[in-house]
Design a protein around this ligand. Structure first.
Ligand SMILES: [Zn+2]
Length: 606
């Protein structure tokens, strides 16, 4: 057993590596020196190389960051202890970051430098010639969110956040499918390659409410002509125009860009509340679930988990036929909707990180008797999502039509329970709030969208005091940073109550624990802790070395992460044990952006 492998805390690695790198730069082998003379000062095609570059816990002899190309000259001393197997593991691991390693022997460098230079030059050209982006393109569509190497991998984080607090340091091993196999403060006994990360692992956030196509119009409805009251309903007309304009290819490209951004911000799972079902003329596509399939495909490309929630949308308003501009959303009957739901079931099965929910859009969008029928005859185990009481006008219309307020109607007519995920629930009276809490249903809050649309403020302080449950979503995607959503949830209560304590105790811990646990239920998943053996490893990693966080105690860390700073401290996001985003770069980022740019040019709406 090699003691240096068993005791491999990240501080030691970093120091040892740095010292090693410095020593090796001072004392290169003859071959290394010869090659360095050929590479230094951008001598080879203008590419900048560094020598003895520490990289994710290893040292690469020569490294060009722009081309993500490493060069190794064999015959050196620093890896002798681990040798061949270690080299192979290391190379496979480095490859996962898009870095290619090419190798030469001492002899090749010493005897035929010209050939060596030629091969490096060709490789540089291959890797950068067609792509101005420093990021290499991934192969094919879809990010691999399965484990990269056959045998899984090991991480060591500075700290990892569980419901009860921090595990420090946190050694996490995952198998080839990205399932957590061990979780410990102690280093593994066996000598094994470990990725040491100076970061804090938080559970991947759950985005429990999304309308992906609306991302195409984010920020476009913020110019308000004088003399006209701009509200949710005028915004909705703009949204309808957007909904009518996108074809399946475009919808997929928009969703892929959006989902990639979600992952960059730390969301690892999205519930897509999907109602853009049909063709532009309102007729179903020959493949009934064409558009749903595109959402799942976009999730695959972006490496995010998806719960597709096909939405039953039938009416224009209470008792009114649908408007022409709603034609892409419409299922005429419960049976039509169930056909759509059945077909969606096979779509989500095609993606290992896909699952299904079901839904009616809102009380105003489906005949009330059909809402009851849909829930009663619908799937018995899937999460059930719907919008409720978002707008005051909607509450008034419901009262006029049915004699009851929306939440009241729902609680009176359905067996509301923990399978319900009630989006917004903004306008509730005392009785509704109390009955809602007792029902154990979950409220999905979308603070940035609710603020943007002028919806109103959910009565969070009273709700949590009574023990109510909730999760978060980004809805229209005007904001995509989960920490911002949390801050808004808390601050809007502080602003209306003139008190600071929306939550008792550690506000950050309460918010993250609640939104992750309930968010998973919105996806149809129940877990007891954030990270568990046997569960997939999905995490947002926040840098442990930034100025505030580096000097913050365990006790104050989570609040410092949530209440201060922005996404620039995110080191990356791991889905199923794999870095999907690292250092702000998405594995498929280049492809996704190129396709998105093309679609934006076609749509000409920005
Ligand atoms: Zn919504």
């Amino acid at each position: 057993m090699k003691p240096e492998a068993r005791e491999w805390p990240r501080e030691r690695i970093a120091d040892t590596l740095k010292a090693n790198a410095r020593r090796m730069r001072k004392d290169p082998t003859e071959a290394e020196e010869k090659l360095w003379q050929a590479l230094r000062n951008r001598k080879l095609n203008g590419f900048k190389f560094r020598r003895q570059q520490p990289f994710e816990g290893f040292i690469i002899d020569f490294y060009c960051d722009h081309a993500k190309l490493g060069i190794e000259v064999d015959g050196k001393i620093h890896l002798r202890a681990h040798q061949l197997q270690y080299d192979q593991q290391r190379e496979a691991y480095i490859k996962e970051f898009g870095v290619e390693i090419i190798r030469f022997t001492n002899e090749q460098v010493e005897k035929d430098l010209k050939a060596v230079k030629k091969r490096i030059s060709e490789t540089l050209k291959e890797r950068t010639g067609n792509f101005p982006s420093p990021l290499p393109l991934s192969q094919g569509r879809g990010v691999s969110t399965k484990g990269g190497r056959g045998e899984g991998k090991y991480f060591c984080f500075s700290s990892l956040f569980q419901k009860s607090g921090w595990l420090s340091p946190a050694y996490v091993s995952v198998d080839e499918k990205g399932i957590i196999r061990s979780l410990s403060r102690k280093a593994p006994e066996k000598p094994i390659a470990i990725e040491a990360v100076q970061g804090f692992a938080l559970p991947g956030f759950q985005n429990a409410h999304s309308h992906a196509f609306q991302y195409a119009m984010a920020g476009l409805a913020e110019n308000h002509p004088s003399g006209i009251d701009d509200d949710f309903w005028t915004w909705r007309e703009e949204m309808y125009k957007c909904a009518l304009s996108v074809n399946p290819d475009q919808a997929e490209a928009i969703a892929a860009m959006l989902y990639a951004e979600m992952v960059r911000h730390g969301y690892t799972h999205v519930a897509e509340f999907h109602y853009l079902h049909h063709d532009k003329d309102g007729k179903p596509y020959s493949n009934l679930v064409e558009m749903g399939e595109r959402m799942v495909s976009a999730a695959k490309t972006a490496g995010i988990k998806i719960t597709l929630v096909p939405v039953f949308y039938q009416k224009g308003n209470f008792g009114q036929e649908p408007r022409s501009r709603q034609r892409r959303f419409i299922s005429k009957s419960v049976d039509d909707y169930f056909k759509l739901l059945d077909a969606s079931q096979s779509v989500v099965k095609s993606y290992h990180s896909g699952s299904l929910g079901f839904s009616v859009h809102s009380l105003r969008a489906v005949d009330l008797a059909d809402i009851i029928k849909t829930f009663v005859q619908g799937p018995k185990k899937l999460p059930f999502h719907l919008h409720v009481a978002e707008q005051k006008k909607e509450v008034e219309d419901c009262l006029a039509f049915s004699g009851k307020r929306p939440m009241q109607w729902l609680l009176d007519n359905l067996d509301v329970n923990e399978r319900f995920h009630l989006v917004h629930s903004t306008h509730l009276n005392d009785e509704e709030l109390s009955r809602l809490t007792k029902s154990k249903a979950n409220v999905v809050l979308c603070p940035s969208t609710e603020g943007n649309l002028g919806d109103g403020i959910f009565r969070m302080k009273e709700y949590v005091k009574m023990g109510g449950h909730w999760s978060i979503g980004t809805d229209s995607h005007i904001g995509l940073n989960p920490f911002e959503e949390f801050r808004m949830i808390d601050y809007r209560q502080r602003l209306v109550t003139n008190k600071r304590n929306t939550f008792e105790g550690d506000a950050a811990r309460t918010m993250i624990n609640e939104s992750v646990t309930q968010g998973r239920m919105a996806m149809g998943r129940e877990t007891s802790d954030h990270f568990e053996i046997g569960q997939p490893f999905d995490a947002l990693i926040v840098s442990a070395t930034t100025h505030l966080l580096a000097h913050t105690s365990d006790k104050n860390r989570l609040a410092s992460i949530l209440f201060t700073g922005d996404s620039s401290r995110n080191m990356g996001t791991i889905v199923n044990g794999n870095w999907v985003v690292k250092n702000q770069h998405h594995q498929n980022g280049h492809d996704i952006k190129v396709t998105f740019a093309k679609v934006m040019k076609e749509l000409k709406n920005r």
